[in-house]
Write a protein that binds this ligand. Structure first.
Ligand code: F6R
Length: 262
């Protein structure tokens, strides 16, 4: 795992936006994995800036969302599909239909079929090249809450009260945060060829320290990144505050050969 400690969220956005631009440049048809929430926003802003400057086209790329709320009306602005349309898609040039999320229109057991179809769609696209991730203060990735199997696949999950409280800032009240979601599983996420986890602020410091340096455990799903051959963790100083090896990570990054990329 590589840990990159940056000055702030904007620097993280430029770094990861650059890695995505490189990927799309060398691999037409690249497949991106998109997270929602606050953490990836600087990356989406950087991609929009590169596109506006004529430096980046996502016209041949495809993208899959990590997760989606179940039970919100189709036109609800906090649906993750709507979030990605607003924060990224409308600012770049994905082809129509190139961005896909889990289909939450079904009800009851048919949701399981939607999960299987989502896994099949990712596989049919050739798998995800670069998966963006945030981390919950409880250590979740996607919506794989503590206790999620490290081998789990896309499936329905129930959010913890702590995640619903964290996400209440996007809703009028915590009562309006859905309890249920569909999420890529930890096993699904681990199949992406490159994982990039972003975390900013002191509230993420404990989760980041556990994810990077703690024992691998289903109780902290983000620790599964330690099992991945190409995982990059990009954090600001506040989110890095709990890392025992912070000086080593800084030293390594400062002396990384340019040819290695992210
Ligand atoms: C979002 C997602 C979640 C968030 C996590 C952190 O698609 O899957 O795991 O990445 O809850 O959220 P923020 O970035 O808002 O702190």
């Amino acid at each position: 795992m590589e840990v990159v400690i940056v000055a702030g969220a904007d620097a993280a956005g430029r770094l990861v936006g650059g890695a995505i631009a490189d990927l799309v440049g060398r691999r037409p048809g690249a497949v991106l994995g998109l997270a929602t929430g606050s953490s990836p926003l600087p990356v989406y802003a950087d991609l929009a800036r590169r596109h506006a400057a004529g430096e980046l086209s996502l016209g041949s790329a495809r993208a899959f969302l990590l997760d989606e709320y179940v039970g919100l009306p189709p036109d609800h602005p906090q649906r993750y599909r709507a979030f990605i349309a607003r924060e990224l898609e409308r600012h770049v040039d994905f082809a129509p239909g190139a961005v896909q999320g889990p289909d939450v229109r079904a009800d009851g057991p048919a949701l399981l079929d939607a999960c299987a179809a989502y896994e099949a769609a990712i596989a049919a696209a050739g798998g995800i090249d670069l998966q963006l991730l945030g981390v919950g203060s409880d250590g979740h990735i996607g919506f794989n809450e503590p206790g999620s199997s490290l081998a789990s696949r896309t499936r329905p999950k129930t959010l913890t009260d702590s995640t619903r409280a964290d996400n209440a800032r996007f809703f009028a009240s915590v009562d309006q945060v859905p309890r249920h979601v569909l999420t890529q599983g930890v096993g699904t996420i681990l199949e992406a060829r490159h994982l990039v986890l972003l975390a900013f602020g002191a509230a993420k410091a404990a989760a980041v320290a556990q994810a990077v340096e703690g024992p691998v455990t289903a109780m902290v799903p983000a620790t599964a990144l330690q099992l991945h051959p190409h995982a990059t963790v990009v954090v600001d100083e506040a989110a890095a505050a709990g890392l025992a090896l912070a000086e080593y990570y800084r030293e390594t990054w400062a002396h990384k050969p340019d040819w290695q990329g992210l």
